[in-house]
Design a protein around this ligand. Sequence first.
Ligand SMILES: Cc1ncc(COP(=O)(O)O)c(C=O)c1O
Length: 485
Amino acid sequence: MSTSVTSLSPAELQKAARDHLWLHFTRMSSYTGEDIPIIVRGDGCYLEDINGKRYLDALAGLFAVNIGYGFGDEIGEAAAAQLRELPFYTNWSYAHPRAIELAAEVASLAPGDVNRVFFVSGGSEAVESAWKLARQYYSARGDNLRAQVAERMAAGERIEQRIPTQRRWKAVARRIAYHGTTMGALSINGIASLRIPFEPLVPDVIHVNNTNRYHRPPEETEAEFTAFLLEDLEEAILQAGAETVAMVIFEPVQNAGGSYTPPEGYWKGVREICDRYDILLCADEVITGFGRLGAWFGSERYDIRPDIITSAKGLSSAHAAIGAVIARDAVMEPFLEGHEMYAHGITFGGHPVMAAIALKNIEIMRRERIVEHVAEKQDYFHQQLSQLLDLPIVGDLRGTGFFYALELVKNKETRETFSDEECETLLRGFLSPRLFEAGLICRADDRGDPVVQISPPLVADTAEIDEIVSILGEVLAEAGERMNR
Ligand SMILES: Cc1ncc(COP(=O)(O)O)c(C=O)c1O
């Protein structure tokens, strides 16, 4: 049995977990008669539980541990050095070297003039902060204009120009998309079951179609699909009142629902619509940022040209609780004048130890050529996974980079999906526990149609990819037989 860095025995840990630890997004009742899984260590793409059993982590923590579990010593040294030098100081009115260096590093990796970095503690906070930034951007821009006009009028100039009120607050997001859990980010979510318990939510979010093509009419061409999506987006903006919409927020490839990639021409069209109505475009790259799609940012991969990027997980490969809102120079411009300031802050935003860890993570990613590795291996990954399409239960394979999903169907010919009850039996009753038992961590999810999500550490190589496909093949074949009985 492995030893763990704790004074509690495995039985004591289990008891303390049951008595005190409230797990996130977890039906605690499911552990009444079963042990809570306790993970004690990791190496490379593998994890080990308290009983010494090993698992291939095909979910990279939560789409997050991009460099895998093998660089803890090196990152630990960077964290320890920072703790000795300066354990904490804030970014409220002050800077410190690690936050500055990390901001410069992130700006150098982000596309185009997306250069201004505001640090937060995670993905939800990044999304929350992006929406607040977009809301305040328009009023700050209006205030600046008003101040300039007042100054010129005070100097004797006669100005007839009417200054628009410029208050915008609405956000547009996609159906089934997940963007986090704080009230603002939650309101942006397009997953009804997560929203309903907390209603009324933050006004106003408009949800539009996502890029899931699998359930579209089979005769529809890709160009027609793109046109349909763009018309839907523009129509939604017009109905909401374009002059009230502050931000469109989409992921480069949508995770919830299962790795929905964009059809050809989609991002170009989204950018054009945002430009037409003067709306800020935010790419939520909490998952896709820092290498998952074979580029540092998905925005680069799809030439999205966003005004704002939200990121978190991969920024530190989840070795630290740090996220970032990265904005174009133009978005910061109104805040560089007079009394304006972005009226937002978080004590731990830009925490020096978190920043030191993120810097070391990026150094490791560069040195080990991890982003290049994803770009080189993604075709192999896709090819291997596509073998699973031979199974009767696997209807679709979606995704790119190291970010895939298999959609499970009841009937492959008609693409009929499983009922809620069948999903419960299939996903929670069989697939999740069976995959775990088989030593593979990936996610069986039914926030949209039922999918298995595969998103391993970016250091996964041929051996790990083959192992993922082999275990999935066996377990999904068994799942298909069970559902057919
Ligand atoms: C696209 C996206 N945005 C935001 C979030 C929220 O991030 P966090 O869980 O760090 O708050 C997530 C989390 O998975 C995400 O996938």
